[in-house]
Design a protein around this ligand. Structure first.
Ligand SMILES: Cc1cc2nc3c(=O)[nH]c(=O)nc-3n(C[C@H](O)[C@H](O)[C@H](O)COP(=O)(O)OP(=O)(O)OC[C@H]3O[C@@H](n4cnc5c(N)ncnc54)[C@H](O)[C@@H]3O)c2cc1C
Length: 284
């Protein structure tokens, strides 16, 4: 297998276009494992971990943009994220170990399309878009529309995910994230939840988006919860009713699996914790 280390996006795109059986590697934390298991069918690899244009987190107008090759550690250490997006920081901090966070990238997490990808629920709750570039095209799509099945996305073989973007939250908006794993660290999510919310002065939920991980084929928005909670006064009753709705929905979704009962109950606990964290941040 041949490997080429690119330093510019255009260079990587050009080489990707020239080689038929070619794959991208960023941090390699998923790629190398698949390669060792013989699950990758490719004879040319482009390493994009040195492409500076694909790194960093910046404010662009009313948006925050994250380069696809930004590592989890860079997200955790970013002041903008620490100040405004504690849920995003928690999601990045919950990934693997320090070694994995230093290598693994947000773009790799998205493109690997695992149901347990921890950054994805947080980015879905932020209603993120992603930019996919090829030599002769550039398209922006909603992250919601990216996944088609477990491990499968709509990215084309000649495309690179370059940027993830979402609206910079306003002062009364916040993101909460919570993950349940088998251990406190180095644990793949058994369930994760992210919620993005806005409450007004009388505790009414003005805006609400929720997304889950590990309870479907890929991380997904939880529209039933969103429809139920938007416009309601946030109190114990509303939260308990939302949790019951979620438990029933998850039980149906996983019906026939022996994890259905555990996951339905644990999902509502995980969701409750994510919403509490978001609320705490919203109230400052
Ligand atoms: C010990 C261990 C623990 C882990 N723990 C967690 C965890 O707790 N939570 C979690 O979510 N994940 C975890 N992971 C998985 C992994 O670290 C993440 O999915 C990581 O984000 C992958 O990013 P990467 O840069 O290493 O991607 P790579 O392995 O380099 O690539 C992954 C896939 O994405 C493609 N790709 C990468 N970048 C791009 C791009 N810009 N455009 C198009 N395609 C691209 C590659 O071709 C490949 O198919 C763990 C992995 C290990 C080994």
């Amino acid at each position: 297998m041949e490997c080429y280390r690119a330093t510019k996006i255009q260079e990587a795109l050009k080489i990707l276009n020239q080689h038929k059986n070619c794959k991208l590697i960023a941090g390699g934390t998923d790629f190398v494992i698949k390669m060792r298991k013989g699950q990758l069918n490719c004879d040319f690899v482009i390493d994009i971990s040195s492409v500076e244009e694909l790194k960093g987190i910046r404010e662009v107008g009313e948006y925050i943009e994250i380069g696809a090759a930004t590592t989890f550690s860079e997200i955790v250490d970013c002041v903008l994220v620490s100040n405004r997006l504690k849920g995003l920081k928690s999601a990045a901090k919950s990934v693997g170990s320090p070694q994995i966070r230093n290598r693994g990238t947000v773009g790799g997490n998205i493109c690997n399309a695992s149901p347990a990808a921890d950054m994805v629920p947080a980015l879905l709750a932020l209603d993120s878009s992603i930019i996919l570039e090829s030599v002769d095209s550039k398209r922006e799509i909603s992250l919601r529309d990216f996944f088609v099945d477990k491990g499968k996305t709509i990215i084309q073989p000649n495309e690179i995910l370059t940027t993830i973007k979402f609206k910079n939250p306003t002062k009364n908006q916040a993101l909460g994230f919570y993950k349940i794993g088998l251990r406190k660290s180095l644990a793949i999510s058994r369930i994760s939840f992210a919620v993005f919310l806005e409450i007004d002065s009388i505790n009414r939920i003005e805006m609400f988006r929720a997304a889950s991980g590990s309870i479907g084929k890929f991380p997904m928005r939880e529209y039933k919860l969103e429809e139920f909670l938007i416009g309601r006064i946030f109190d114990e009753d509303a939260l308990n009713m939302a949790c019951r709705l979620l438990e029933e929905d998850v039980f149906d979704r996983l019906s026939g699996r022996n994890t259905a009962k555990f996951k339905s109950i644990a999902s509502s606990g995980c969701f409750k914790r994510a919403i509490e964290l978001g609320m705490d941040e919203c109230r400052g």
